[in-house]
Design a protein around this ligand. Structure first.
Ligand SMILES: Cc1cc2nc3c(=O)[nH]c(=O)nc-3n(C[C@H](O)[C@H](O)[C@H](O)COP(=O)(O)O)c2cc1C
Length: 164
């Protein structure tokens, strides 16, 4: 592609986005029946310090998109470099997404994944229309964090953090 090409395919758009290095999270919540839901997400970002707000976005065609858009509470579990298997597990549809996953219950009984490096427990603040995604903003009600190394997603694959 030439610089500043105004015509691009969605493949080129995806590839360009994949040049942005992110961490990997699993967002968890309960549906209205109390069933656990989880999805692998790298669209997580910070928004506001006061009040403490974060955001992430979910594809409207994801099978549990409505569950997350309506969940009053959810948790952002930031994965460690030992948890790539959890990223894979929560990125594919399954009858039991939480099979063999170790977790405990947080505020509103939302599942919090064991050994994630950071966990933000959030209350839904707003949901915005973002094209084919919903943008979900949450207010952080509780957090815990540690100094383990995070899992990195870059150009469609996993990596680990090294300092320069
Ligand atoms: C590293 C990684 C990051 C992802 N980030 C997002 C995301 O931010 N938002 C999203 O809707 N799906 C994201 N996905 C895809 C979902 O985890 C999931 O695969 C997709 O929603 C499939 O759901 P479905 O089975 O309901 O179609 C990501 C997948 C991976 C592996």
């Amino acid at each position: 592609m030439v610089a500043s090409d105004t015509r691009f395919t969605s493949r080129q758009f995806r590839d360009a986005l994949s040049s942005f290095v992110t961490g990997v999270t699993v967002v968890t919540c309960l549906d209205s029946q109390g069933k656990k839901a989880g999805i692998t997400v790298n669209s997580f970002n910070s928004v506001s310090m006061e009040p403490p707000l974060i955001l992430w976005s979910i594809n409207k065609s994801a099978h549990n998109a409505a569950v997350f858009a309506h969940a009053e509470r959810f948790a952002i579990n930031i994965l460690s470099d030992q948890q790539a298997h959890l990223s894979n597990q929560f990125a594919r549809p399954s009858a039991d997404e939480f099979a063999d996953v170790s977790f405990r219950s947080g505020l509103g009984k939302v599942p919090l994944l064991s050994d994630s490096i950071t966990c933000f427990q959030c209350r839904r603040w707003a949901v915005y229309n973002g094209g084919d995604h919903d943008i979900i903003v949450g207010q952080v009600e509780a957090l815990e964090t540690s100094f383990r190394s995070g899992l990195v997603f870059y150009r469609g694959g996993y990596a680990t953090v090294t300092s320069i």
